[in-house]
Design a protein around this ligand. Structure first.
Ligand SMILES: *[C@@H]1O[C@H](CO)[C@@H](O)[C@H](O)[C@H]1NC(C)=O
Ligand SMILES: *[C@@H]1O[C@H](CO)[C@@H](O)[C@H](O)[C@H]1NC(C)=O
Ligand SMILES: *[C@@H]1O[C@H](CO)[C@@H](O)[C@H](O)[C@H]1NC(C)=O
Ligand SMILES: *[C@@H]1O[C@H](CO)[C@@H](O)[C@H](O)[C@H]1NC(C)=O
Length: 121
């Protein structure tokens, strides 16, 4: 019974972001978001994912479930916010009224899956 239950639990693990609590040395290089991420066994992996395929520009606002922000945004940078646990991507993005300052906290969309960063569904 116990084994069956644990197997079920492992098979249904849901990742819900929060990668900055287990990754350090966070970076944004071009559109690659990454960090040095801890594995369950204690070792680390320098892991990154592409943000341009997942973040878009909706009339001057950075948005999730989209893509291609790079082509219409400029001066992008990251910060870890006041808590030090956020991963805030800030840019100036083009809109129908010109360039707008906009930011999005992508910490909650990205999970550390045993040392490999992955976007949540
Ligand atoms: C931890 O796991 C990784 C990936 O499977 C492996 O490459 C590494 O050698 C392991 N490290 C330790 C300390 O067990
Ligand atoms: C992780 O990889 C990135 C991209 O290759 C590199 O710029 C960065 O220095 C690496 N970080 C560490 C701590 O090795
Ligand atoms: C480290 O992370 C990268 C993804 O950024 C992944 O492709 C690679 O397999 C990982 N390396 C190990 C040994 O887990
Ligand atoms: C900004 O967006 C406007 C409206 O969509 C467009 O006409 C203009 O060409 C864009 N400018 C740049 C620099 O992308």
């Amino acid at each position: 019974m116990k084994i069956t239950f644990l197997t079920l639990l492992a098979a249904t693990t849901v990742y819900a972001g929060g990668f900055t609590s287990t990754c350090t040395n966070l970076y944004l290089i071009s559109t690659a978001v990454g960090g040095v991420c801890k594995r369950i066994n204690g070792s680390t992996n320098n892991s990154s994912v592409d943000a341009n395929g997942h973040i878009g520009n909706s009339n001057g606002k950075l948005v999730r479930f989209s893509g291609g922000y790079k082509s219409s945004c400029r001066n992008c940078h990251i910060s870890t916010g006041t808590s030090g646990k956020q991963f805030i991507l800030s840019c100036e993005c083009n809109s129908s009224n010109g360039w707008k300052a906009t930011s999005i906290d992508i910490n909650w969309f990205l999970s550390n899956q045993n040392g490999v960063l992955a976007w949540d569904k």
